[in-house]
Design a protein around this ligand. Structure first.
Ligand code: SF4
Length: 350
């Protein structure tokens, strides 16, 4: 039984039109090319699941998995999706008033991602980026919380990308966003996915901020560090489309990759293209030390930039080197922002 306030959701705004420039881009989002095969059992008692969702405990995009085959979840070369129960949807946060993550894990698999800390609480045999937990009951939990919480700002999502590929199947982020708005909450979205494009027109004229993040504009470099996220140019299309819908927009330049995207030209270019795409605000963050991240970073550097391993190690773990680097980087960011005349729109987070 849903709360009556859900019926007060304003009708979908057509302010963005049915044929916006993003429709074409959406036709073949790069994240959705992998085939999905279903297997397993249970899970149907949850209202979250779409009607056409097979009552499967897991599915994988490993094409070698046969439908109806083993329910053994681990498929090393694929992305394993499991269901897990969720009793609390909104968490109080220092970033915003609340955070909401409808999924555990993230198929984008960014090498620097600090959200891998969740593996401490939900150990998985697959490496980061190759598993996703779909949170069963997240909408019911959210409804329960919304009935008693004071409205505030919700960050979607702090420990996953809410619009990663599984969102195309479950739509939990979209449905959660609709619930939040119906209860008078506002939303900040940060994504590296074009899947958000199909939801933008329903957010038009509502308190939703859409942000994308960029660590570099170099597509090959981005593919190395963010292997299954949309390429930078596609993310910028999201910003453009969000602006076309009249939404507030943010560009997150983060993390700046030491010795790879931290030079003046690249910083300037990232700010320029972000502003051209309609970013109203730019947040910049450095490459940070995070638990469990060094191992994957080191592996990438050894494979592709062996000469940078020592530099990254000093930068992350030697306090003097780190302090000096961050001071210089901060000065560089300020100078670039000033040269573009946007210093007041640039927030430096380090
Ligand atoms: S998109 Fe965000 S949450 Fe997902 S892997 Fe990358 S950094 Fe982590």
């Amino acid at each position: 039984m849903t709360d009556s306030r859900e019926k007060q959701v304003p009708p979908t705004s057509k302010a963005c039109g049915e044929n916006g420039p993003w429709r074409e881009a959406l036709a073949d989002p790069p994240e959705l090319k992998l085939p999905l095969l279903w297997q397993g059992e249970a899970g149907e008692r949850y209202q979250d699941l779409p009607r056409d969702c097979p009552p499967g405990a897991l599915f994988t995009n490993d094409a070698s998995t046969k439908e109806g085959g083993s329910s053994e979840p681990c498929r090393p070369e694929g992305i394993v999706i499991r269901f897990r129960p969720c009793r609390t949807a909104l968490n109080v946060s220092a970033i915003c008033d609340y955070t909401l993550n409808c999924y555990g894990g993230c198929a984008h698999g960014c090498v620097y991602c600090y959200a891998r800390f969740i593996q401490r609480f939900y150990p998985r045999t697959e490496p980061w980026g190759q598993f996703v937990d779909v949170k069963l009951g997240v909408l019911e939990a959210l409804r329960r919380q919304l009935r008693r919480l004071r409205p505030g700002r919700v960050f979607m999502s702090s420990a996953c990308d809410g619009w990663q590929p599984v969102e195309a199947v479950y739509r939990l982020s979209r449905k959660s966003a609709e619930l939040l708005l119906a209860y008078g909450f506002s939303i900040s979205i940060l994504t590296k996915s074009q899947l958000i494009l199909q939801d933008l027109d329903s957010f038009a004229d509502r308190p939703v901020t859409v942000g994308i993040s960029l660590s570099t504009l170099d597509e090959e470099l981005a593919h190395l560090w963010e292997p299954r996220a949309a390429p930078p140019a596609k993310r910028l299309e999201v910003l453009r489309a969000a602006r076309a819908c009249g939404l507030k927009t943010t560009l997150m330049i983060a993390p700046i990759l030491p010795a790879l995207s931290d030079n003046r030209q690249e910083l300037r270019r990232m700010m320029e293209v972000g502003l051209e795409a309609g970013a109203e605000e730019i947040c910049v963050d450095a490459f940070n030390r995070r638990p469990k991240v060094w191992e994957s970073v080191c592996r990438l550097l050894e494979a592709h930039f062996p000469g940078l391993v020592g530099w990254y190690r000093r930068l992350l773990f030697d306090e003097t080197t780190r302090a000096r680097y961050l001071t210089q980087l901060r000065q560089r960011v300020v100078q670039v922002a000033q040269s573009l005349g946007v210093r007041r729109s640039v927030d430096i987070c380090f």
